[in-house]
Design a protein around this ligand. Structure first.
Ligand code: ADP
Ligand code: MG
Length: 319
């Protein structure tokens, strides 16, 4: 069955267990053609498992997934012909040159030699690898190697590219490089599903973000929508160090949340889900505690606040 192609990915109630470890517990997800979707989640959330199912490397236990209209379980070869994939670990062959890697992949896609050569040359130039095209990929820097990985995912111009943690383990400069390369794909209109543990990456690259945790989707939306769901933060600056504890007490009373205290900045912050009402209560509580306030206000949550709030148990368990 070939369903409508307006959705690049449709995932319905997907489950996957490794023995007793329930890695995916009913994942629902839809990615529209042409958009960049970030699958954001901590280590062990189930990102790679989901990506492996979508790219037909792994069978789900139950549920359904469609990629470009094709069912991953019953039409895997159709799915494979319409996606490009770059994993968390490099898949290019280190003994082959950059050119040879891309050339062979193009040949595998069934094109003739001349076309394969052109595809390889074009991609090498797009990803600024022309100068090192004749060198074994094993000798490339981390950033160059990721660029070659991305180029490899683009051989055959697939309408959907799946990138599993494309910048994990990269130094900051190579990360910027990779972001630029992903930006190139976006300009092309390619649909992208990328997984990441980095908020900044999701915020920067994605049109929409799906937060996944312990095998479930826990939030979904644009970065602005996600920030809005988390409410505000109450921020209080006090005049003296000795007033910080009293200010923290007042902030806790006003918000019902556990405040964080930055002693150096003499600042107390707490999540305030009901915004202005919390601000009013905070003013009264600070007055009762006799705190000299230098500055008080509400600030919008950052994506970090949202992510930390949604996935805090993961760190508690790790601790
Ligand atoms: N091959 C495997 N065998 C057993 N457990 C696995 C295997 N692969 C992943 N897991 C477990 O499944 C869960 C999800 O893992 P994974 O999909 O790799 O998460 P992520 O990519 O978000 O870090 C984790 O608890 C992980 O330990
Ligand atoms: Mg992973």
């Amino acid at each position: 069955m070939h369903t409508s192609t307006a959705s690049a990915i449709i995932i319905d109630d997907l489950h996957k267990k490794y023995r007793t470890n329930h890695a995916l517990r009913g994942v629902e997800l839809e990615v529209t053609a042409g958009e960049v979707m970030a699958l954001l989640g901590p280590n062990g959330a189930g990102k790679t498992t989901l990506v492996k199912i979508l790219t037909t490397l792994l069978e789900p236990d139950s549920g359904r997934a469609f990629v470009n209209g094709w069912n991953v379980s019953t039409e895997p070869e159709k799915v494979r012909s319409t996606i490009g994939m770059a994993g968390q670990y490099s898949t290019v062959d280190g003994l082959l040159t950059g050119f040879e890697n891309l050339y062979l992949l193009a040949k595998l896609r069934g094109v003739g030699r001349r076309t394969a050569r052109r595809v390889a040359d074009d991609l090498l130039s797009r990803f600024r690898l022309t100068d090192v095209a004749g060198r074994p990929a094993g000798a490339y820097s981390g950033g160059m190697r990721r660029r070659l990985d991305l180029a490899a995912a683009l051989v055959g111009s697939p309408p959907l590219v799946v990138l599993d943690e494309p910048t994990t383990g990269l130094d900051p400069e190579s990360r910027l490089d990779t972001w630029e390369a992903v930006g190139e794909l976006v300009a092309d209109g390619t649909t992208i599903l990328l997984t990441t543990q980095y908020l900044e990456e999701a915020d920067r690259l994605a049109d929409r973000i799906t937060v996944i945790d312990r095998g479930r989707v826990v939030a979904e939306g644009t970065s602005d929508e996600l920030k809005a769901t988390a409410g505000n933060r109450l921020v209080v600056y006090v005049a003296g160090d000795h007033q910080l504890d009293a200010a923290a007490r007042a902030a806790a009373q006003a918000t019902g949340a556990i405040p964080t205290v930055d002693r150096r900045a003499r600042r107390v912050e707490a999540a305030a889900t009901d915004g202005r009402a919390a601000l009013g209560r905070a003013l009264a509580a600070l007055e009762r505690e006799d705190v000299e306030v230098l500055e008080i206000g509400l600030s919008r949550c950052t994506l970090d606040d949202v992510f930390l709030g949604l996935t805090s148990h993961a760190r508690r368990e790790a601790a």
